[in-house]
Design a protein around this ligand. Structure first.
Ligand code: NAG
Ligand code: NAG
Ligand code: NAG
Ligand code: NAG
Ligand code: NAG
Ligand code: NAG
Length: 794
């Protein structure tokens, strides 16, 4: 019973807990980005395998002791920019694998050593921008034996005490915001040992308490340490006195970041650095304010190898000694970066100047064709230059001449200038391997491009074709142009990577891709693809049999046409058989139609449809004609017979009837038909004008075509008038089954009616003629011309 109650309680507690905790559903695999979701509590875990959890920019106030129970696998926990004031002790206890913890910009007013007790794996900790005044009660970081980077401090921090950093052994980077620091126990930082990168924000101490700055600096300066001063305003010479320590401590690399400095203070700083062994100076986001230049003499920095200047604001930059005043530091320089600082000329007046320079990045400045025309050429300067970046300046010409004598130059970045055109011939340094001409408004490339190139970037121009042979090229960046076809592979036998996104390509095929004999990686998304069957098939190949990998496969291959596919990704596109094999399908369709036609034609032929139609027409015509009156009849009988039977007709029939008394008038096609007329017209005419139609039936007759017409026409008549104008004579016995089906009437007549049979026995012949004559003879016409109904008496 007790156990049950306990279980109930546990379940309820668990239940209510999960009710009050929302869940974050923006997880991809093991990484949950739950930032900016107005969360007030740490969300419940959606899976026990979450490795990264980002809760930044929410409204968390308190971290509860059970919040991370389900997140034991977490390696990265980001909670900056919340309102966290309280973290319950033991809240982080489950996070023994945590490597990164960001609690910056919250409202923590005390720091507790208990939080970190089990964070054995922690490498990176950020506590900047909170409200704590001290670093806990001491030994705060003791368990963090592996910590590499530590960011701490803020507006409220006023005191650093001895022992605050005890336990930190592996620290490589410290960022310390002590802008309002009042007290520093000497030796605190020294306990950690030399730290590679130290960033100090000591604005107020620099202005009011240089001794305190000196105390801090003397603990961190070291020949292996890069010192960065940040978020500080230097306006008086004396403020710079702590920098003397930098000199004596052997520091070789000093940076200023996000600094306001008067020119007077700036001159003082240079004077202090003059004569030191300093090798690198970096100024970033530094704003020079007006002041007094008068003390400026060129500092001697014989060991200075690298200058890095970025986003430097100099009032009246044309008047500042900045460019040419630093002659004396130019001799040993190997690397110079002056970015976005309104640089307008390169200082090199004597052959020694910049003679050691290997790397020069002067992008984002104001250099023009004119100020860059010389490139210190031919005087010894820049002869060691290997890399130059003049991107985003005011150049308007490629003007390769200016680089011609720089034998070691192998990399030029001229991107982002308004070059517009490319000359046909150029004169590049002999070993040029890298050329960046992206975003330079080129519409055409020419043989100006040197054959030595290994990497070429011509992206974001207006190129419509690219077919310059570059036998050593390994990487080609040509995205953002207007190409409709891939470049010809055979021109680039060594190419391994091709970037051709965002052009007007309509298809890719085995052939065009395989023409690049060494291509390994292709990125060709965001083109106007026609999702033809070949293309879809090419894309859905899993490429295991190609050496080419399509790197941007996911969602960037969208069909532009056909209309039914527009907007779908290529892998979603499914095409029907008809779409895929249009030619074959059409052939089949045509064949089908042809077959039906042939079938119909065959059927028509078989059932004599054409003949029937002609017959019907003729019959209709005949029907319109009024039937002749008896007196108008010309013949007594139209004799229909096969030519094969003409012997019998001529030898027996004609003499027996025409020479009888009175003679009967016969119509014989051989004799009485109008020559040249259509046989059917003749037949119909003859039948019209005859009192009787005499069929001489024999096997020949049944086989003979035109006899059939006669018979059929008579069929119609029989059917039409139901009169008895037909007389049948059977010359020989006929197997009725051989009579074609369409002569059904004839069959019926033969079945239903007796017919005259040509006797075998000579004795019966006179009797035969007698019967026939009676059957044919016209009765006397009555005067009205009315038909007298009569039957054939056989
Ligand atoms: C130290 O600073 C240098 C230059 O500022 C930087 O390149 C390097 O990555 C930094 N090292 C660490 C460990 O942060
Ligand atoms: C530098 O001066 C600008 C105004 O010109 C100011 O906004 C900025 O906060 C100053 N920075 C420091 C570090 O003093
Ligand atoms: C500068 O370096 C030289 C050796 O390169 C050394 O003798 C000298 O003491 C150093 N100067 C300072 C101020 O560290
Ligand atoms: C040259 O400078 C531009 C702009 O700063 C940068 O984007 C580009 O990567 C640089 N090129 C090289 C080769 O470093
Ligand atoms: C070429 O320059 C552009 C713009 O400066 C830059 O984004 C690009 O990365 C550079 N290309 C290469 C291959 O470095
Ligand atoms: C494409 O080329 C590969 C290798 O060259 C070959 O195995 C494959 O069958 C080809 N596919 C088509 C559809 O031709």
């Amino acid at each position: 019973m007790a156990i049950q109650t306990f279980l109930m309680f546990f379940l309820l507690a668990h239940h209510s807990l999960s009710l009050s905790r929302s869940q974050c559903h923006s997880c991809e695999q093991a990484s949950c980005d739950c930032s900016r979701q107005n969360l007030r509590r740490v969300p419940g875990a959606t899976s026990e395998f979450v490795i990264e959890l980002d809760l930044s920019f929410n409204r968390l106030r308190t971290v509860m002791k059970n919040d991370f129970v389900a997140y034991a696998g977490l390696k990265s926990l980001i909670m900056n920019n919340n309102m966290i004031k309280t973290i319950q002790e033991r809240a982080f206890v489950p996070l023994t694998h945590l490597e990164k913890l960001d609690l910056s910009f919250n409202s923590l007013d005390t720091l507790s050593a208990e939080w970190f007790e089990t964070l054995y794996s922690l490498l990176h900790l950020n506590l900047l921008g909170n409200q704590y005044k001290t670093l806990g009660q001491g030994n705060l970081f003791q368990p963090l034996k592996r910590l590499k980077t530590l960011h701490f401090g803020g507006v409220y921090l006023y005191s650093i005490r001895l022992g605050d950093f005890s336990g930190l052994r592996a620290l490589e980077e410290v960022t310390f915001d002590g802008q309002n620091l009042k007290a520093y126990a000497e030796g605190s930082f020294r306990q950690i040992g030399p730290i590679k990168n130290v960033t100090l924000g000591l604005n107020v101490p620099f202005q009011t308490n240089q001794a305190l700055v000196i105390a801090v600096l003397s603990d961190v300066v070291h020949p292996d340490t890069t010192l960065t001063f940040t978020n500080t305003f230097f306006f008086r010479q004396y403020q710079l006195s702590p920098f003397k320590l930098v000199y004596s401590g052997g520091t070789t690399s000093v940076s200023l970041k996000n600094i306001n400095i008067t020119t007077e203070a700036g001159v003082a700083l240079l004077n202090i650095l003059s004569g030191t062994n300093i090798t690198k100076v970096a100024f970033e986001d530094v704003k020079f304010l007006f002041g007094d230049f008068s003390d400026f003499t060129c500092p001697t920095m014989n060991h200075l190898e690298e200058i890095f200047l970025k986003n430097i604001e100099i009032p009246m930059f044309y008047g500042f000694p900045g460019v040419f005043g630093f002659k004396c530091v130019l001799k040993a320089l190997r690397r110079v970066s002056v970015l976005n600082s309104r640089l307008f000329a390169i200082p090199c007046q004597s052959p020694d100047d910049l003679s050691q320079l290997e790397y020069m990045d002067i992008s984002d400045n104001m250099l023009s064709d004119l100020t860059l025309s010389q490139m210190c050429n031919g005087k010894g300067s820049l002869l060691n230059l290997q890399t130059i970046n003049i991107s985003r300046n005011h150049l308007q010409k490629i003007d390769s001449w200016r680089f011609r004598n720089l034998d070691k130059l192998n990399s030029i970045d001229m991107s982002g200038n308004m070059l517009n055109t490319m000359p046909e011939t150029c004169y590049w340094p002999p070993g040029l391997r890298f050329l960046n001409l992206s975003s330079t408004h080129l519409r055409k490339v020419t043989t100006c491009l040197p054959e030595t190139l290994q990497i070429l970037d011509v992206s974001d121009n207006g190129l419509t074709e690219f077919n310059i042979e570059l036998p050593f090229l390994t990487e080609l960046y040509i995205s953002g142009n207007k190409l409709s076809f891939l470049p010809e592979g055979v021109l680039y036998p060594r190419l391994t990577s091709l970037f051709i996104q965002n052009n007007n390509l309509q298809t890719l095929s085995n052939k065009t891709v395989n023409d690049f004999s060494n291509l390994m990686s292709l990125q060709a998304g965001s083109n106007t693809y026609i999702c033809s069957c070949d293309f879809v098939a090419f894309m859905s190949n899993d490429f295991t049999d190609h050496q080419v990998t399509i790197k941007d496969m996911d969602k960037s291959y969208i069909c532009d046409s056909p209309d039914t596919m527009r907007g779908k990704t290529v892998l979603e596109a499914r095409l029907s058989v008809f779409e895929c094999h249009t030619a074959v399908a059409f052939s089949f369709l045509c064949l089908g139609i042809l077959a039906v036609f042939l079938l119909i034609a065959g059927l028509c032929h078989k059932f004599n449809v054409a003949w029937y139609m002609r017959m019907t027409m003729a019959w209709l015509r005949a029907k319109k004609k009024p039937k002749l009156k008896r007196g108008e009849l010309k013949y007594d009988a139209f004799v229909s017979y096969s030519d094969m039977d003409s012997g019998w007709v001529e030898a027996h029939l004609i003499p027996a009837l025409e020479e009888a008394e009175p003679p009967l008038q016969l119509c014989l096609h051989k004799r009485d038909f109008v020559p040249g007329g259509w046989i059917l017209d003749n037949i119909m005419d003859a039948i019209e004008k005859s009192h009787r139609t005499l069929f001489i039936l024999s096997q020949h007759f049944v086989n003979s075509e035109w006899c059939k017409y006669e018979l059929d026409y008579t069929h119609f008549r029989l059917f039409d008038h139901n009169d008895d104008t037909v007389v049948l004579i059977l010359l020989e016995p006929i197997n009725k089954d051989t009579i074609p089906k369409k002569f059904c009437k004839l069959r019926r007549v033969m079945n239903s009616r007796t017919y005259l049979e040509w006797p075998d026995n000579d004795n019966q012949v006179p009797m035969f003629w007698q019967s026939l004559r009676t059957a044919i003879r016209r009765p006397e016409a009555d005067d009205d011309g009315n038909d007298i109904h009569e039957t054939v008496n056989l």
